[in-house]
Design a protein around this ligand. Structure first.
Ligand SMILES: Cc1ncc(COP(=O)(O)O)c(C=O)c1O
Length: 380
């Protein structure tokens, strides 16, 4: 085992390494598309749709422009709109609640379970249901699945639709079954930093309903039912053929990259568990966590200033990030919903104390040791 380097620059992510490792394949795939003359909704989009449908055991995949449109289109396809409420978590990226507002509906938040899983508290969902509730959006945050048994039985009992936000969780499982295949629809993002990322924006919906799949295919192309015949109000949200071809190069490597993330996560856990000021991420039993992020929390009782710790790590070349500093219910965008500080104390506390460490399949042993040792020095 080599010694820990005394100085290194370890960004939160190094996308260039994936490019370098598969350079020839990426370039060949891109050239083939460019030479084909078919750039929109061609064979690569169809093939990637089939690959993700199979991977999520859901029957159909519908490629769209990004993971924000995919949430919005899912709600539209489920007829969620003005006057409807959609229950979700305040601990997510803004796209989750923004899509609800864009569909004309009202986001209703419930708190997260704890600051070790950061996932929506499914036991709080029932109390948030009103006669206007139409759907639930669970977010499989940081790569860990929400308890889908509990969530789906609640949704069934109250006849609510479920759109899984799987943007951070391709290949994550609940009791061995992949996310994206539990709810009415699964929504995926191919934003470059995601576990399965494109070289630009991209997204995908999954569903087991042939009827919904057909509707989604229409909605992503201006509600078109046949050429220049527009039965519904839709939008332009297509997945580029070029992006689909590039993502397809990555698909065969996804499982091995997932294993690498597991090993890195395990090493973080083993190396950091003695640090009493840290709350380490907890993987629920029955879950296949894909560690899109390895997120730790500074325990509140330690009295440490999270932002100061982040700044000190960054000064030493450790590219930590905060996902997310402001919970969704306190975002300016949602001011009119009337939530105030204290509404969701667990999420609010988490947003004050979390930080995510570099985790990507190509992270070297030396780089990880440097992250660990630097963190230990700063915290002890
Ligand atoms: C949880 C979550 N939902 C939705 C999105 C939106 O995806 P996109 O950036 O592809 O629009 C993201 C990613 O940015 C996300 O992390």
């Amino acid at each position: 085992m080599s010694n820990t380097p005394t100085s290194l620059n370890v960004p939160i992510m190094r996308l260039d390494r994936q490019y370098t490792a598969l350079q020839e394949e990426f370039e060949a795939a891109a050239l083939t598309v460019m030479r084909s003359g078919i750039y929109i909704l061609g064979d690569n989009v169809k093939a990637l749709e089939a690959e993700l449908a199979e991977r999520t055991e859901s029957g159909f995949g519908i490629g769209v422009a990004n993971g924000t449109d995919s949430l919005y289109l899912a709600l539209r396809a489920l007829n969620v709109g003005a006057g409807d409420e959609v229950i979700t978590t305040p601990m997510s990226y803004i796209a989750t609640s923004e899509a609800i507002v864009r569909a004309g509906a009202t986001p209703v938040f419930v708190d997260i379970v704890d600051d070790a899983t950061y996932l929506m508290d499914v036991s709080a969902v029932e109390k948030a249901i009103t006669p206007n509730t139409k759907a639930i959006i669970p977010v499989h945050l940081y790569g860990q699945a929400v308890n889908m048994d509990a969530l789906m039985s609640l949704a069934k009992a109250y006849h609510l639709a479920v759109v899984e936000d799987c943007a951070q969780a391709v290949d994550a499982t609940w009791k061995g079954k992949p996310v994206g295949g539990f709810g009415d629809m699964g929504s995926f993002s191919f934003f470059p930093t995601k576990n399965l990322g494109a070289f630009g924006d991209g997204g995908m919906l999954t569903t087991s309903s042939a009827e919904k799949a057909q509707l989604l295919r229409q909605l992503r192309v201006h509600g078109q039912t046949s050429t220049y015949d527009h039965a519904h109000e839709g939008m332009n949200s297509r997945l580029d053929e070029l992006q689909a071809a590039l993502v397809r190069v990555k698909v065969p490597h996804l499982s091995a990259w997932g294993d690498a993330r597991q090993r890195i996560a395990q090493r973080y856990t083993e190396s950091l568990e003695a640090l009493s000021v840290l709350e380490l991420p907890r993987t629920q039993t029955d879950v296949g966590h894909v560690f899109h992020q390895y997120t730790v929390a500074l325990k509140a009782e330690a009295g440490l200033d999270r932002d100061a710790v982040v700044a000190r790590l960054q000064e030493r070349g450790v590219g930590v990030r905060v996902y997310y500093p402001i919970p969704l219910h306190l975002q300016g965008m949602h001011h009119d919903l009337g939530y105030t500080a204290g509404a969701f104390p667990v999420a609010e506390k988490a947003c004050k104390h979390v930080l995510s460490l570099p985790i990507f399949p190509e992270l070297s042993d030396d780089e990880q040791r440097y992250v660990i040792e630097t963190l230990k020095k700063i915290l002890s």
